[in-house]
Design a binder for this molecule. Structure first.
Ligand code: ADE
Ligand code: ZN
Length: 324
């Protein structure tokens, strides 16, 4: 990796911790927990990581996480990611987790939460790597299930900064979750939402107007709505863009077609992130490098993207200054 990108201090704002499950760890945990995987080898797992769209990815993603059973498993998963983050000079990370994908398999909420939380605390202690946790609701599950999940999370709210919305986007508009997000905001959570990844610009408007989000996750389809572009430029609501993800899930045919430079040139608060790095071929450094190469980004543009992420992070004014 190019030395500047590897060494420059970085902030990651869009990372699903379950999306950091590398084939080797899936295999190891499957063995440890006696879970039968539908793959004969680690190589076969890696070969299955080819996707036509978001839905085809989600099927592999949810099947893979069946190996996550114990608090130790969640700790090991999170710790492996944090070591990777440390190697890539990531100084602050905001991670999503999908509790419903685990509680619906019979794994209690606190098992998931404590495993992740303790690894995050260890990284703060050992590496000075700061973090925030974001609880994502699965939008293809009923809003009542999201509300129940929010209630399960309340005892742990000191360790959870925000709620988000992810999973299959088409036909699951943010408006379905208006009341859940209102409750979350009353309980003191910030809000974010995946919108405009595969779904239309109207979902981005709904996320802003109904869910009152602080950031839009992905948001790349904003390009289709000039009024929305003007609004994003004016308000500087950040977009957490994930270039390798967008190419792997065929939001764009190839990296050279990605619109993030266009959005950056329009003065929109674009950030670069990795989404599900184990599945999409790279962590934050690889995402920055792939975008830089294909879109001919200058070093000044890379610096702007990194500064946008620091500005968009859920951190104190003091920590923001430290990160700059
Ligand atoms: N869950 C994990 N990765 C996701 C993505 N890119 N979009 C929606 N839901 C997800
Ligand atoms: Zn995502």
């Amino acid at each position: 990796m190019n030395e500047f990108i590897l060494k420059v201090p970085k902030v990651e704002l869009h990372l699903h911790i379950e999306g950091t499950l590398e084939p080797e760890m899936m295999w190891m945990l499957g063995d440890r927990n006696q879970i039968q995987l539908p793959y004969p080898s680690v190589d076969a797992i890696r070969r299955a990581y080819r996707f036509q769209d978001l839905q085809s990815f989600l099927e592999v993603y949810y099947a893979g996480m069946s190996v996550l059973q114990t608090e130790q498993d969640f700790y090991d998963l999170t710790w492996a990611y944090l070591q990777k983050a440390q190697q890539q000079t990531i100084r602050h990370v905001e991670l999503f987790f999908d509790p419903q994908a685990h509680t619906q398999r019979g794994i209690p909420f606190p098992v998931v939460y404590y495993g992740i939380h303790q690894a995050l605390q260890e990284a703060q202690k050992q590496y000075g790597l700061s973090s925030q946790l974001i609880l994502c609701f699965l939008r293809d599950r009923p809003p009542a299930s999201a509300l129940q999940t929010l209630e399960q999370a309340l005892p742990y709210r000191a360790g959870i900064r925000a709620v988000g919305l992810d999973s299959a986007e088409r036909d699951y508009p943010p408006s379905h979750f208006r009341f859940v997000f209102e409750r979350a905001r009353r309980e003191g959570f910030l809000t974010v939402a995946h919108a405009g990844e595969e779904g239309p610009p109207s979902y981005i408007w709904e996320a802003i107007q109904l869910l009152r989000v602080s950031r839009i996750d992905h948001g790349v389809r904003c390009i289709e709505d000039p009024q929305l572009l003007a609004y994003l430029q004016q308000t500087q609501i950040p977009l957490t863009v994930c270039p390798l993800s967008n190419v792997k899930l065929r939001v764009f045919d190839q990296m050279a077609d990605h619109n993030l430079k266009t959005l950056l040139d329009l003065g929109i608060a674009v950030t670069i992130n990795s989404d599900d790095p184990a599945y999409f071929g790279g962590y934050l450094g690889e995402n920055l490098e792939a975008a830089q190469t294909a879109l001919h980004l200058s070093q000044a543009e890379i610096v702007q993207l990194l500064k946008n992420a620091i500005e968009a992070a859920f951190v104190s004014a003091q920590r923001r200054t430290d990160l700059l």
